[in-house]
Design a protein around this ligand. Structure first.
Ligand SMILES: *Cc1c(COP(=O)(O)O)cnc(C)c1O
Length: 378
């Protein structure tokens, strides 16, 4: 390796000439106001892509989780179940409503373990706690086990909000990521599969929910000439300019998924000879969007492996990142209730996210993999 090799980032955002022209066209059209035709069209296009009837463009995935949970009736003192292996935002939104996140461990797909749910719900109900919602997360673009989760939560009478922030473009036999629950959430943050630089969306088949969330997100303004408010509002709407960028990016979402899946396959075949190093798989009957390629480095075979690899690759300007630190280990959630099997803790010790942006070539992948081999002494 020479010192001239360019840096390789985890998931660098990409803007094509078409993206730039789309934003400029939106500016020229005079729709600089938050709402506008690109926003309405973006909502329709995403809803159609994900197979739901309604979508609400919001300022972030986090605000979409917040208002989605609010509509589902999450209130102070309630419990909301979610996997411990996720980004903090999933749980932060729960706390905005005065509710308490309860962390559950993960299954083989690295997502919410359905086998824990019934016991946890029974346990909490015995303590007279109300379980107001469950938030499965589709980690790194792999869908949770909805074949089990959907009927299970229906039986328990608990609404589901799907955090599909990382999973746009993934599918399972039940449908597209974001369409599994009463509400689904997408994120268009800078490092996600498609981006509006910052933004999110709430997906639903419930027109009333879409209407209400849109109303809350625009400061709960009533239909009066003056600003009339009957409820507390939020300034959470996605802007028309950013929606123009989102529409342009959405046009190549399938291409993007193909490219990411190809990158993951390159990694898989290039690393397959390394015993004790495995690329995140996916259920046989689903299609992950392969947002990030994540490897697991067996701790018995390579003690301290992930940190060693991360530091070694950083010297060569290759960005890698540990998997999400389990939320029950986060200082801010120190006193939260958690039901654990040790699976998420083990994943945190062994997992590492590799550069997965679609600009990467097979030569780049080869460079990353050679460095991984060196770091592990191979
Ligand atoms: C990115 C992300 C979010 C938050 O989305 P923002 O648009 O950044 O607010 C929520 N949950 C998960 C799992 C995410 O990866």
């Amino acid at each position: 390796m020479t010192s001239f090799d360019p840096p390789l980032l985890l998931s660098a955002p990409r803007a094509t000439n078409e993206d730039i022209e789309a934003v400029v066209a939106a500016m020229r059209s005079g729709w600089l106001a938050p709402a506008g035709p690109d926003l309405w069209a973006f909502e329709e296009e995403v809803a159609q892509y994900c197979g739901v009837s309604s979508a609400v463009g919001l300022s972030s995935g986090t605000s979409a989780i917040h208002l989605g949970l609010k509509y589902l009736g999450v209130a102070p003192g309630d419990c909301v179940l979610l996997p411990t292996a996720t980004f903090g935002a999933t749980a932060f939104a729960v706390t905005y409503l005065g509710a308490e996140p309860v962390f559950l461990d993960i299954d083989d797909s690295w997502n919410l373990d359905p086998e824990l749910i019934e016991r946890v719900v029974t346990d909490l109900r015995k303590q007279r706690r109300r379980v107001a919602a469950v938030i499965p997360v589709d980690l790194y673009g792999t869908l949770a086990n909805y074949e089990v989760l959907v009927p299970q939560l229906e039986d328990l009478g608990i609404p589901m909000l799907e955090d599909a922030a990382e999973a746009l473009g993934a599918h399972c036999p039940r449908g597209a990521a974001g369409s599994m629950g009463q509400a689904g959430v997408l994120s268009f943050n800078g490092n996600k599969l498609i981006t509006t630089s910052g933004g999110g969306m709430l997906l639903t088949r419930d027109e009333q929910m879409a209407k209400k969330v849109r109303y809350w997100s625009t400061q709960s303004r009533e239909d009066e000439p003056w600003y009339e408010h009957k409820e507390v509002g939020y300034n959470y709407r996605l802007s028309n300019l950013l929606a123009a960028l989102g529409r342009s990016q959405l046009r190549r979402v399938d291409e993007e998924v193909c490219a990411r899946r190809r990158i993951r396959e390159w990694y898989r075949s290039r690393l397959s000879h390394l015993a004790g190093v495995a690329v995140q798989g996916e259920p046989m009957d689903g299609n992950s969007n392969a947002w990030l390629t994540v490897i697991r480095i067996c701790e018995d075979r390579y003690p301290g492996g992930p940190s060693r690899v991360r530091e070694y690759l950083a010297k060569d300007s290759i960005e890698t990142r540990p998997v999400w630190k389990p939320l029950h280990q986060q200082p801010v959630f120190e006193s939260a209730t958690a039901f654990l099997t040790g699976a998420a803790d083990a994943l945190f010790r062994e997992g590492l996210c590799l550069p997965s942006g679609t600009q990467m070539t097979e030569t780049d992948i080869d460079r990353v993999c050679s460095r991984i081999e060196s770091a592990l002494g191979k």
